[in-house]
Design a protein around this ligand. Structure first.
Ligand code: SAH
Length: 235
């Protein structure tokens, strides 16, 4: 998979993809991540990327020209019907569809090339969404000051699901949301820590009992913290 990030703060990303699973996936050529400065695609001599909103109001709006130019350079077209197969151009936005494990999985399984557009300040010119963008994605019902953290969240959620990124093929299977529930609680050594004991069932080596306990605890935790998941779950 190839991921191209468009941002006015390229320095934000200098370290953020250099750790853990993403770093390993990059080193193993499972993913290639490139960060592009939107300012380099600005058309006027002052390298302006934003302007005042039509109709008045506070704040600035990112101009469409630099983003169109950047997408044209990356994809050879600004018409989303002509993008190469497996290409998704994603606008990170609080107005987008909320990111879920299902969406991350569908990108990991079906996309070869992601172009992630990080909006600044007040947001972007809506013509980007009308023409270039295949997916508007939000990482939650709150407002960030820029799309950069959201692009990192989406990249992480997708890259760890790419084949072989996690090392063992099965490691993502029991993660929260994969089966509609939260993950079960985990414990490691010491078995007795400051008087707090690990549940006995985990120590007795009976795998059927352990599986049953894990499912029960996953259900219990989901009911407590995310009752909405229980209601939505397909039994
Ligand atoms: N006026 C806009 C807010 C823009 S916030 C509105 O109310 O919809 C500035 C930028 O931060 C956005 O362009 C977007 O790229 C990013 N952003 C903010 N909140 C986000 C969220 N929940 N998910 C994804 N991106 C977000």
């Amino acid at each position: 998979m190839k991921i191209d990030v468009l941002t006015i703060f390229p320095e934000f990303f200098t370290q953020v993809f250099e750790f853990g699973i993403i770093r390993r996936a990059k080193l193993a050529s499972i993913v290639e991540i490139n960060v592009h400065d939107i300012r380099e695609f600005a058309v006027d001599k002052h390298k302006m990327t934003d302007d005042r909103p039509f109709g008045g109001g506070d704040g600035m709006v990112m101009k469409p020209e630099p983003i169109f130019a950047a997408v044209e350079r990356l994809l050879g077209t600004t018409d989303r019907d002509e993008y190469p197969k497996g290409t998704r151009v994603v606008m990170l936005s609080p107005q987008g569809r909320p990111l879920t494990q299902e969406i991350a999985k569908s990108f990991a399984e079906n996309a070869y090339h992601l172009v992630l557009i990080c909006g600044p300040y007040e947001g972007v010119d809506e013509r980007d969404n009308e023409t270039l963008v295949t997916d508007e994605i939000s990482i939650g019902d709150y407002v960030l000051s820029g799309g950069e953290p959201a692009a990192v969240v989406l990249t992480d959620a997708v890259v760890r699901l790419l084949p072989e990124a996690l090392g063992s093929e099965t490691s993502a299977e029991n993660d929260s949301f994969s089966n509609g529930l939260l993950d079960c609680p985990h414990y490691t050594r010491p078995a007795d820590f400051r008087g707090m004991k690990v549940p006995e069932v985990l120590l007795n080596g009976n795998h059927a009992e352990i599986e049953k306990w894990r499912l029960e605890r996953a259900l219990e935790k989901t009911k407590r913290n995310r009752p909405d998941l229980i209601e939505r779950r397909k039994w």
